[in-house]
Design a protein around this ligand. Structure first.
Ligand SMILES: Cc1ncc(C[n+]2csc(CCOP(=O)(O)OP(=O)(O)O)c2C)c(N)n1
Ligand SMILES: [Mg+2]
Length: 789
């Protein structure tokens, strides 16, 4: 057997297994609920030849591949054939604890390098992983060369994030990246009308990419070179996509009829001597299903080392299956009879259908040799980065959290054990989010040294391979994709980093899908959303974020922190970095501290004295613990007069609690004093992380539910709150984000926040408009007191 025959034989088996994996999940599993299991035989079949060529003839162990979501059965079939997946999993596609519907780094049992699912993000991930590797190689010495490869569906090119990713200079010149487009000209619902290859090629070329087309296989190429071949080529090229695709599911006789209908005489003359079967196999000879053509294209891409490559591999959705080229094949499944036929065609029986390829055969030996070649060396343990408890900033009397953030990062850049690992990034907002001081010290990363032309003494953005800041264009998608890959560097580049990104808080939502993508992949980074809320008043309208606090709280693997005071922020950043620094302790499963951290900050300067007073009252060590746990009592004011209307009937003064988060703290403090002067005693709690508090509450509740015992109130809440007094919550965010506190404490709760879109104005205007003034907080507290029964 020659190499082509060996690989074709493996290809046939991969097609069988991937089809059968989906078939078994759907026809043989009793889910008990009648809900269809699903899986994608047609999308998988389309990718079979490309993946066989890669894994069985091209990849090296250190290469990293992102696999198109709907080709997950092909990936698992290959991993199984290579001995990396236990046979028992083959009947567990989409089963709880089994193979995931789409490749998952964290939940699949085999070697998934990149999770995929939301189309467009999967291909971008290896591009940013390669950018991360370039950074790591510049700073920590070169790793063994890795090719970062993405296998993507052609409909993924409709996603804007693809074009954002390739347009950013941060991804330029990455010669170790190849995207392979499974160019079946079909998406979910349709055969794509009109092929946009020319437009796409131009777009990739314009972005500086190397473009390769693998359109026809060797049989067609040979035919085109013969007399009449030029006419044949022109005829196929001009044929509407739908018509061409329909040939694939036809018999030879039908193909002749449909293919030659209306054809010029030269084409008819060319087809005439061929028998039906030969004609079909000739005209359906697409490059994306020819392993030789694919390997040639891969070699071309390897030879181009100064820019990324994209291969358009022409394929057929459902290749090799009866549903080939059918416009509605996306979720079609083979019938039992069709499976039986495919099994026979593949040379298997009911007894042998799940077997690996016999290692005693020539093909089996090839597989064994590839399995050996692709074995990855076990990961070495990475040293832990020692992060101090505090960066030691000395806050001025009044300071905003954004300013404090800038100072913390600068201070950390002076710390020898932390500084080498810090890497910052921002989508064109580094200066306006207070990273400039850090960048002046640490420099901008550029793979090649750049001469500086600016005379500006304040902004010294030296660009060199030693720089630590990666400046991006204004794409929040790119920010979260890059942060995601920087935060997985410990796994994909054997080097842990401490990544910190900044963006304007409202635009967290612009990058949200990439944010979700990155934390679903268990990446570890810090992101600061700043400024946030209506407090950035004159900036106005669409720049005012309201639902981002809820996003930070609700997103798994992310901890939201929203401090009011500079020292609290300092402690929280160091806490976050110390967890990010320690990937050796395993994934985030069950441990929310092991994920990423989202700081919601503001430019509103706040008097720091109350925090210093709380430090004296509570003690620094205890206060630090409480700040990190999510809340502490900032001040406790006794009723200043005994004449309040509310306590006229009893001698005990009424007591109320204010739970305030972030920028609104001065209003909350003023309200506390006003209430005290009206004869009401007040406990004012600074919520430093609503997320950590909520998580602690939920943990005790879940524990109670699982063990059928009375849930306790978590220590973090007990330490800061009084368990009897009603509460008013105040937040420059949706009022909903803190509204759960009443339930957690079992007291009446009134929640103030921003539940409508804002507009420009002064901070005072907007606090008035959204009931965030001290007067509104006082009235809210009084309302809460009336709710006490
Ligand atoms: C962001 C996003 N939108 C929609 C979907 C639903 N969806 C899944 S596959 C698909 C089309 C896939 O077409 P293509 O990428 O060409 O892959 P093929 O199945 O043709 O190989 C769509 C729209 C998705 N997974 N992600
Ligand atoms: Mg497609």
């Amino acid at each position: 057997m020659n190499q082509q025959e060996v690989l074709d034989s493996i290809n046939e088996r991969v097609l069988w297994l991937s089809t059968r994996i989906v078939d078994s999940a759907n026809r043989e599993r009793d889910t008990g609920d009648g809900v269809k299991v699903g899986g994608h035989q047609a999308s998988s079949a389309s990718m079979v030849s490309i993946m066989t060529a890669l894994w069985f003839a091209h990849l090296n162990p250190q290469d990293r591949v992102s696999v198109k979501p709907h080709a997950s059965p092909v990936f698992h079939a290959i991993e199984y054939l290579l001995g990396e997946l236990d046979r028992s999993y083959l009947t567990q596609l989409r089963k709880f604890g089994g193979l995931q519907s789409y490749p998952s780094r964290t939940k699949d049992p085999d070697r998934v390098d990149f999770s995929t699912g939301s189309v467009g993000l999967g291909p971008a991930a290896p591009l940013f992983a390669a950018a991360t590797r370039r950074y790591v190689d510049s700073h920590f010495g070169e790793r063994p060369p890795t090719r970062f490869i993405a296998l993507m569906g052609d409909a993924e090119l409709d996603e804007g994030n693809i074009w954002e990713a390739i347009a950013d200079p941060a991804t330029a010149g990455l010669g170790n990246v190849t995207w392979i487009v499974d160019f079946n000209r079909q998406s979910l619902d349709r055969v794509i009308p009109g092929v946009r290859i020319e437009q796409w090629t131009a777009q990739f070329n314009a972005a500086g990419w190397h473009v390769v087309e693998v359109k026809y296989g060797p049989k067609l190429h040979a035919a085109f070179a013969q007399p009449g071949g030029a006419a044949l080529e022109a005829w196929i090229d001009a044929m509407p996509n739908e018509r061409y695709q329909s040939l694939f599911a036809m018999s030879g006789e039908q193909v002749r009829e449909r293919f030659t209908e209306g054809a010029p005489s030269e084409v008819l003359a060319f087809c005439e001597p061929l028998n039906d079967q030969d004609l079909k196999s000739l005209v359906t000879d697409l490059g994306g299903h020819n392993i030789e053509s694919l390997l040639e294209a891969f070699a071309h891409c390897d030879a181009v080392t100064d820019r990324p490559s994209v291969i358009f591999a022409y394929t057929i959705k459902g290749w090799g299956l009866p549903m080939a080229g059918n416009p509605r094949n996306h979720s079609m499944l083979l019938t039992g009879e069709q499976i039986d036929e495919l099994r026979v065609k593949t040379g298997l029986t009911l007894e042998s259908e799940w077997d690996r390829i016999d290692p005693a055969t020539e093909v089996g030996q090839w597989v064994t040799q590839r399995a050996h070649h692709l074995t990855r060396t076990p990961k070495k343990e990475l040293p832990t980065i020692v992060v101090p408890d505090s960066a030691g900033i000395n806050p001025k009397s009044a300071m905003s959290t954004q300013e404090a953030f800038g100072r913390v990062v600068v201070e950390l850049s002076r710390n020898e054990s932390v500084a080498p690992y810090l890497v910052t990034t921002a989508p064109d907002v580094a200066t306006s989010t207070n990273l400039a001081g850090y960048i002046n010290r640490a420099g901008v990363y550029n793979p090649t040294e750049q001469r500086q032309w600016s005379e500006d003494a304040l902004v010294k953005w030296k660009e060199s391979p030693e720089g630590h800041h990666i400046e991006l264009g204004i794409s929040e998608m790119n920010l979260f994709l890059l942060l995601g890959q920087l935060g997985l560097s410990f796994d994909l580049s054997d080097q842990q980093l401490l990544p910190i990104g900044t963006l304007y808080d409202p635009f967290v939502l612009r990058g949200l899908d990439a944010f979700v993508y990155s934390v679903y992949s268990e990446s570890r980074f810090i992101v600061a959303g700043t400024p946030s809320g209506v407090t950035l008043a004159p900036e106005g309208g669409a720049h005012q974020s309201t639902i981002t606090a809820s996003v930070g709280m609700e997103l798994p693997n992310v901890t939201l922190m929203e401090p009011a005071f500079a020292t609290a922020l300092d402690w929280q950043i160091c806490f976050a970095l110390s967890h990010i620094a320690d990937p050796g302790k395993g994934g985030v499963h069950g441990d929310p501290e092991k994920g990423s951290y989202y700081f919601r900050l503001t430019t509103w300067p706040i008097d720091q004295t109350p925090f210093e007073q709380a430090k004296t009252r509570i003690g620094e060590a205890m206060l630090r613990r409480q700040v990190l746990a999510g809340a502490y009592s900032l001040m406790q004011l006794g009723a200043e007069s005994e004449t309040s209307e509310l306590n006229s009937e009893t001698s005990i003064p009424p007591r109320v609690q204010i739970a305030a988060c972030g920028a609104v703290m001065p209003e909350a403090i003023a309200a506390a004093h006003e209430l005290a002067s009206e004869g009401i005693s007040v406990n004012l709690v600074d919520i430093t992380s609503a997320d950590r508090l909520y998580a602690a509450w939920q943990r005790t509740i879940r524990q109670g539910i699982r063990t059928a015992t009375t849930p306790s109130i978590p220590g973090a809440l007990r330490a800061a709150f009084d368990l009897t007094a009603p509460i008013v919550t105040v937040h420059d965010a949706s009022s909903h984000a803190l509204a759960w506190l009443g339930s957690a404490l079992g007291v009446p709760c009134v929640s103030l926040g921003v539940d409508r879109f804002g507009q420009s104005g002064t901070v005072a205007d907007l606090y008035e408009e959204h009931d965030l003034t001290s007067g509104s907080i006082v009235n809210g507290a009084l309302a809460a007191l009336t709710l006490v029964r």
